[in-house]
Design a protein around this ligand. Structure first.
Ligand SMILES: [Zn+2]
Length: 239
């Protein structure tokens, strides 16, 4: 008898496989990242294909196979059409998925991560005004790395452990957080100076949800500094 089980999954990627099938990379609530095979999706008669497109949140029935796990049935619950109909949002979602594909390992179950991705897609899909999409993408990256256990220390100095005062601080990537002005001599090439408003923004992103983050109006200088900090912090830990 075939063994089946049901999952809730966000489709991260799908590509043609064998003559008429496709391979699906999904992040599921129950089993983390999974590689699956969907049969017959190359056919125009396929009823399943529309439910397993990238960015869809779907309920999948999985049939355990010897070599692969197969998708036996699929029903999308949200395909985030607000993303698919907007090129700028599509690019943001695509870049976020490229990072997820790269850094998430197979079968590491993390429900909080599943809901983080889902919330990000939901808010991105629903946004109906012009926002700083690049900042929004990097907010997702920062929240993602926090969820993976790389939360930067933003409240006390990573060298002397004193509370961070507003001015004269550095972001020390090697030590994983902020260093105060007294400890700057310890910072060499792994540091960036950081403005007090950038510190506030980093703390806000770590603490608050995507709806509140999407409502922020941030000046260009601060958003550039925060984006740069997040990129350098991400690269230091994941490249
Ligand atoms: Zn210090």
């Amino acid at each position: 008898m075939e063994e089946t089980f049901n999952i809730q999954a966000i489709v991260l990627n799908r590509y043609a496989f064998r003559e008429n099938d496709s391979r699906v990379l999904a992040y599921s609530l129950e089993h983390g990242k999974m590689f699956l095979v969907a049969r017959g999706t190359g056919s125009i008669k396929s009823k399943m294909a529309g439910h397993i497109e990238p960015f869809c949140l779907s309920e999948l029935m999985i049939v355990r196979g010897r070599r692969y796990n197969y998708i036996g049935g699929a029903k999308s619950t949200n395909c985030f059409f607000g993303i698919k109909s907007d090129l700028e949002k599509l690019e943001v979602a695509g870049r976020s998925f490229a990072i997820l594909n790269k850094i998430i390992k197979e079968h590491e179950v993390d429900p909080k991560l599943f809901f983080l991705i889902n919330d990000f897609l939901e808010v991105l899909s629903d946004i109906n005004k012009n926002i700083n999409y690049n900042l929004f993408l990097h907010a997702f990256i920062l929240k993602l790395v926090c969820q993976l256990g790389y939360r930067p220390e933003l409240y006390s100095c990573v060298v002397c452990r004193k509370d961070i005062n507003p001015n004269g601080n550095y972001f020390d990537f090697k030590k994983g957080g902020l260093a105060c002005s007294d400890c700057q001599k310890n910072c060499q090439k792994n540091c960036l100076t950081i403005h007090k408003d950038s510190i506030k923004l980093l703390r806000f992103i770590v603490k608050e949800n995507f709806i509140d983050i999407s409502k922020l109006f941030v000046n260009k200088k601060i958003s550039s500094e925060v984006i740069k900090s997040i990129i350098v912090f991400y690269n230091y830990n994941f490249k």
